[in-house]
Structures are given as structure tokens and as C-alpha cells.
Design a protein around this ligand. Structure first.
Ligand SMILES: Nc1ncnc2c1ncn2[C@@H]1O[C@H](COP(=O)(O)OP(=O)(O)OP(=O)(O)O)[C@@H](O)[C@H]1O
Length: 433
């Protein structure tokens, strides 16, 4: 018997939902134990307020966020507030963007990736997604990317041949090692409710991709995914950004890997991290000088319970995505006086972060104008096209999905001006709806 058909009806429900404000969380990194002459410039006043003290200033500057996490906060708390609601939305068919932002060394990667015994947002999002939809996964390779940012449904026979081919590819030592590393981490146990989907006869597939934006170009960190053995040592090829038939932006040709568990998806992430290091050497880059974008796409289709297979109708597929972005560290170049390729990197990063800032300013101004003067009062052009990063996330800022930012900050008074800049930017972002 066919169950309730998911897909189109769900999409219509989604589009009619009101837009939400960008939610900004602020996480204070603990002071390093070894720091001599350490001077603190931050005070967590309460759960929503942070105070910044500048030398010589009469009063502290106060910043308000959705939630402020002090330096005793746990990874699980940050995940419950900033990550889990986005996993719930992903399962319900809505898009989400979660990014970490802050000065170099402020804890962005710790917050996003974490350590095996203390996982961050990314592995926890993966675990909780599979905890929630694991029992509804379609057989592997039945749903496959169509290379134009959409998906096709393949026959069981085609899928079985593909499974055999990939199984052979993955028997090499490198992949097994990554899988073992991924499996050794502490796993997140949270799951989200399926809600109205509970009664739907649906099958789904989860795909992950991992790209890096460096010096105005986008690179696929999984480009050598199918190559047995160690990662390639060559300079990666840059990829163009394109718009699909539904006006969604995507990185053309970036590989999407289908995964059936949190361990498998996290092993793919680790593979991309290894490639990121190789790419950085080849491009003479530094890790904190690039933006990394890990995307999880959940594709849901109609499942025929009587036949025990997916209904072969691609028009019934519904795709939602969650982008997890570790933004390049901001500002450091101003203090360190970089030169040569480091200076070029720094100016590109500052430029792309500046474009992000200008986009957010324009959005905020347009929204204020609309609330004061009606729908036609928004006149500012939002300069998305001026950087790859803003171009890629244009749809999110235009209201298609939730946007959450975790701002990471250092207590160190030496960095007070840089910290003030990122706090100001984040507070402004939280005013965008
Ligand atoms: N909340 C925290 N609790 C404990 N240790 C932390 C925390 N945040 C960061 N650290 C530690 O501080 C160091 C710097 O953090 P991390 O590498 O995450 O910074 P980053 O902002 O990603 O830096 P970069 O921009 O250079 O990549 C790491 O050793 C990390 O383990």
C-alpha cells in the first residue's frame, strides 16, 4: 500500500512560513592556562549578555545575543541550542546554514569539529540526523545526484551494481583507517521527532559534500574520493558556482557522497580534512585562511510499502540541506603585518568577510525600509555576487531557511580591538530577519 505522499505538500507548507531572524550565539573560549600576564577583556553578564572592556574606556560595551556560552560551556550545550534545531528543520524539509565566525584561534574549529572525545557541532549534527531518519533510509544508490544539483531515482539493479563497484573501491587501507577513526569518537544520542512525517511512507538518502573557498575560488575537498590509497598530492582544481533550475546556488561538479551512518559521513569529512591539508600545501595556504563548507543534503521520496522500494518518480523527491561552515579567521592580518601570498590571502578573506558584512547591512536596511514604507521600499542592492561565499549562501540570506551563527571570542585583552569588531558585526547580523 502506498502511504501518504511526502514532497510537494511539504514544500508548500514550508514556503508559507514566516522568515526568522539570524540567530547569533556567542561562545567564550577559556583563557589558556599557560598565558603569562594574561589580561581579560570579557565578562559574561548573563545568559544573553556579554561585556567588553577596553583599556581606558569609562564603561564596558554591552552586546546581546540569542545566548552567550561562557568558558565552562559544554559542546553538548552549544549543540542543543545551535545545532539540534537545525537538524530538526532539515528532517522537516527546511534548509539551514550554521557558521562559526571569529578571530583566529578563538575556538571555531573546536566548536564545529571538536575532538574525538569531545565532538563539536558537525559530528553531533550527523549523528542526530541518522538517529532520526536511520530507519527510513532507502537502499544505497537508489537515489543519486543528477550533476545539476538535483537527484534521480535508479532501479534496484543499477543500484546493486553501483554498490558492488564502490565496495571494491573502499577496501583500501586509507578508507578503513578513516572509518575506524570516525567510529572511535563519542557519539551524540539526540534524535529529532519526525512530526507530521511520522505517518508518511517515505524513504530517504543522506549525501555529504565538502568544499573550500580560498582566494576567491571554490575547491572540492572530495575530488579524489574514489581514488584508492592516499590522497592526491596535486593542486586541486577550482570549481564554478552555478544556479540550478530552482535558482539554488551550488558548486558545480563537487562530489556528493551518500552515507548511511554518522560514522560513514564523519569519515568522509575526515577524508576531506586530509585533502584540505594537501591542498593548503599545494596552494601555499593556511587553514584559517579559507572558508570550509560541509553540506548535508537529505533527499526524501515516496516509498511503496507493498513493493518494498522507492516509487520511481523523481518529481516526488524533496531535498533539504544543512550547510556547516567554518569561516576563515578574521582580522589577524592587521596585527601581524603579513606580506606576499599571506597578504593576498588576508586581503581576500577580509574582502569576503567585508562583502558578507555589506550584504548583511544592505539586508538590514532593506528590511527596515520595508517595515516603515511597505514592500516596494527596499532599494539597496545586496552585493552577493562580490564574493564566492556570499554568492553561495545568497538563498539563505534571502529567506530560504534558517541562519545561525556561533561567534567565537577570546578573552585576551591583547585582541580587544579585533574582538570588538567581530562582536559588532555579529550583533548587526542578529538584526537581520
Ligand atoms: N571552548 C573550548 N574549550 C577548550 N579548548 C578550546 C575551546 N575553544 C578552543 N579551544 C582550544 O583552543 C585552540 C584553538 O582553537 P581552534 O583551533 O578551534 O581555533 P580557530 O578559531 O579554529 O583557529 P583558526 O582560525 O586558526 O583555525 C585549540 O587547541 C582548541 O582545542
Amino acid at each position: 500500500m502506498l502511504g501518504r505522499t511526502p514532497g510537494r505538500g511539504v514544500r508548500n507548507r514550508i514556503n508559507s512560513q514566516p522568515r526568522e531572524a539570524v540567530e547569533v550565539f556567542c561562545r567564550v573560549r577559556p583563557a589558556p592556562l599557560s598565558a603569562a600576564n594574561f589580561e581579560d577583556c570579557l565578562t559574561v553578564k548573563d545568559e544573553r549578555t556579554l561585556l567588553l572592556d577596553r583599556a581606558g574606556a569609562m564603561r564596558s560595551t554591552e552586546y546581546t545575543f540569542t545566548r552567550v556560552f561562557d568558558d565552562a560551556s559544554k559542546q553538548s550545550e552549544v549543540f542543543s541550542s545551535a545545532g539540534l534545531p537545525l537538524v530538526e528543520e532539515l528532517v522537516q524539509g527546511r534548509n539551514g546554514l550554521l557558521f562559526t565566525y571569529g578571530v583566529t584561534g578563538s575556538g571555531k574549529s573546536f566548536t564545529m569539529q571538536g575532538h574525538p572525545d569531545n565532538p563539536g557541532l558537525l559530528p553531533r549534527c550527523l549523528d542526530s540526523l541518522f538517529n532520526s531518519v536511520g530507519s527510513r533510509l532507502a537502499k544505497k544508490f537508489v537515489i543519486q545526484p543528477d550533476r545539476c544539483n538535483g537527484f534521480d531515482i535508479h532501479s534496484e539493479a543499477e543500484a546493486m551494481m553501483e554498490r558492488q563497484r564502490v565496495e571494491l573501491e573502499r577496501r583500501h587501507g586509507g578508507w578503513r583507517q578513516l572509518e575506524a577513526e570516525a567510529a572511535s569518537r563519542i557519539r551524540e544520542s539526540a534524535r529529532v521527532p519526525l512530526g507530521e512525517l511520522e505517518g508518511d511512507a517515505f524513504g530517504c538518502a543522506v549525501f555529504v559534500s565538502y568544499v573550500e573557498i580560498y582566494n576567491k575560488l571554490a575547491y572540492d575537498l572530495l575530488e579524489d574520493f574514489g581514488v584508492p590509497g592516499q590522497v592526491l598530492r596535486a593542486e586541486p582544481t577550482s570549481r564554478a558556482l552555478r544556479e540550478d533550475a530552482r535558482r539554488n546556488m551550488y558548486v558545480s561538479g563537487a562530489l556528493e557522497v551518500e552515507c548511511r551512518s554518522g560514522d560513514e559521513a564523519f569519515a568522509v569529512f575526515l577524508k576531506g580534512c586530509a585533502r584540505r591539508q594537501v591542498a593548503q600545501t599545494a596552494l601555499n595556504a593556511e587553514s584559517s585562511r579559507s572558508h570550509s563548507v560541509f553540506t548535508i543534503r537529505l533527499v526524501r521520496g515516496c516509498y511503496d510499502c507493498r513493493l518494498g522500494e522507492m516509487v520511481p518518480d523523481k518529481s516526488l523527491l524533496h531535498v533539504s540541506q544543512l550547510c556547516l561552515v567554518d569561516l576563515a579567521g578574521s582580522e589577524r592580518s592587521l596585527r601581524t603585518g603579513n606580506a606576499g601570498s599571506r597578504l593576498r590571502e588576508a586581503s581576500n578573506i577580509n574582502n569576503s568577510l567585508l562583502v558578507l558584512k555589506r550584504c548583511i547591512e544592505a539586508l538590514r536596511e532593506n528590511q527596515r525600509a520595508v517595515s516603515a514604507g511597505g514592500a516596494n521600499a527596499a532599494t539597496k542592492i545586496v552585493p552577493y555576487r562580490e564574493s564566492k561565499m556570499t554568492q553561495l549562501f545568497k538563498n539563505f540570506f534571502d529567506g530560504d531557511g534558517s541562519v545561525k551563527m556561533v561567534l567565537c571570542v577570546n578573552r585576551n585583552a591583547e585582541e580587544v580591538e579585533e574582538t570588538a569588531n567581530v562582536l559588532k558585526f555579529a550583533e548587526m547580523a542578529s538584526e537581520v530577519q
